[in-house]
Design a protein around this ligand. Sequence first.
Ligand code: ADP
Ligand code: MG
Length: 737
Amino acid sequence: MQFVKGIGPRKSEILEKYGIRTVHDLLLHVPRRYLDRTSIVSIAELRALSPRWGDGEEPGRQGDVRREHTVLGEVRSFRTLGGGAKARFVLVLADATGSLQCVWFGGVHYWKTMFSVGETLAVSGQPSYFGSVLQFIHPDLDRIAPASGSADNDGASEQWMQKLHTGGLVPLYPSGQDLARVGLDSAGFRRVISSTLHTFGDSAPELLPASIITSHSFVPYKDALKSVHFPQNRGELEDGLRRLKYEEFFLFQLKLALKRRQAKAETGGISFSIKSPLARRLAESLPFSLTGAQKRVIKEISADMQSARPMNRLVQGDVGSGKTIVALLSMLVAVENGYQAAFMAPTELLAEQHFGTLARLLKDLPLNIRLLVGAQKSSVRRDVLEDVRSGGAQIVVGTHALFEKDVLFAKLGFVVIDEQHRFGVMQRAELRSKGTNPDVMVMTATPIPRTLSLTLYGDLDVSVIDEMPKNRKPIKTVLQSDAGTDDVVEFVRAEVGRGRQAYFVYPLIEESEKLDLKAATVHFRHLQDKVFPDLRLGLLHGRLARDEREEIMRRFKEREIDILVATTVIEVGIDVPNASVMVIENAERFGLAQLHQLRGRVGRGNEQSFCILLAKAWIARNAVRAAKKGPEQLSMDQQRVAEERLATMVRTTDGFEIAEVDLRLRGPGDFFGTRQSGLPEFRVADVVADADLLQEARGDAFALVEEDPRLQNHQHEQLARHLRSREAEEMMLMDVG
Ligand code: ADP
Ligand code: MG
């Protein structure tokens, strides 16, 4: 068993938290950026670049002040100021041209132990002023060299100083407090990785076949590793990065390609006959004709259903594109073949609503459709379960309650899963196991940028409903300061006067659901008593009992309520075509995908619909400006991100465009919220920034599997070995025994 010099049990335990378990993982811990002479400013230059804010200026609008700058200097002194909750740690850094302060609020006991006078730091941050004192608040820092003559000056750091002075590049590594505490700050990583590369770098296997290396003019893998960590120049760095990123994408896509090939070869699914008089009757009874996109997607699904290969298809379509009817027509085919179909929604509210919609559409057809949700009375539940078990229920609509053990289907043949990103992958497998290998159709209203669907759904077939029903009027979206809302109130009143209905959406802000609910309730009372005393308002939130919720929705649908005040429970799927105004309060607090989903609740009828976004005055002002300018390319702070989200909403109603912006603003890891995204994490590559490379790697990987599905060609030997035994083969950082 191999050991890496300088990594003991303490370090390896913390590294493991960051997913670094093997030598190879460590070598893929790549620098977050590189320092060179041109990226450093002197303190005097920094002072000149950073004009002081005048009194009364709104924060955050001062051009250059918001940019990150890096200063290289020596630690002159440091001390702790204040006490208790107000304690702060202040460090004075100086170079030949002047000095500045680095300030940390909190964590003083930690910082106290981290520095010594005389050592050289590279410090990066956005400068600000406290009085006339130039400061970095909570800067990033990197230890470049210890004080001369200090005990841990091993000569290596001198080498880095030398590098900087001669125009070389110094790698700065991502780290964190817990890592720094065990010596793995950026400088620590530089040391450990340098020695690891020295010892193991040459044994890193060359996985890519020679043909790919040649056609892309890649440098050898081991050279790429060296140049990414310790590049001689920018060109070398770029070549190295390109190789590492490509390799990450390629290996991932290779696995997808193999999985997909396997799925294609699978049989044992149901081969449906796609003649369906019922579906025909339904299609003919609709008050509209299907869009071209709907017809195309139905064809794609039909082909899957006919084939004996189990269907595994994602249907993507923006809000209002008409996914429900596509699902229903497909379910009817299954039913007519003597199978049951299940329709699964992410929440009870939505399951109930889908049930209502489907039942209404099916009312003239001889079909038995049932609802199964957790909150049903046990007598009702028993009855539904029996109906499902006997096969009497042909279509069953429900939530995850459909997965429960006591739910037995007589003959499940088709499954529709709505809003897939809310479900884990495991549940899908579970549902599959409930039938005789049923066909599965997953629907999502979250338009997924192509770059992402390639990585996420590489092993699913994807259909896109990319056309809206005709005679829909695009929703008009405006952004308003929440300071003066009188005209908004008048506007809503006028629309209601014309027989329309409106939503007021209120975000959940507090961490405690209880407090939140209180805020929403208070707000509702205010609107009802003070603002719209003459109108009928309803309040909808997730904590209401099912029958109360249902009752409010029913009253809103039947126009007994003019204005529905709601928390985000109305986000997905609620369908009231007569509602034509959506007012979103504190809009800056919502995510972009969420705003788009919310807006999709209006514009569902033939009337012109409106979306009014209310935001803090300065955010609204800047966002309106940004909307005129076009998409922003720079990296952004939080406020700018909020502005850009709102600007995007004003600029477009195109879900795919919105999704692209969202992905860029949030970063892929966060795109679907949390972990359940199932999104692969890449260490070096970035699915957004490196989308082109991803495409290339995907093309190459799929072509390779096409040509050599079992990876038997001797050129693919290393790849095959890598895939077979990745875990076992890799050198661990530490001998766990
Ligand atoms: P989503 O894709 O958001 O689930 P729905 O399936 O709920 O969209 O459809 C939105 C509305 O559009 C529904 O009221 C539906 O009846 C209607 N609709 C669906 N397809 C068409 C079409 N081809 N032409 C006109 N209206 C349609
Ligand atoms: Mg829907």
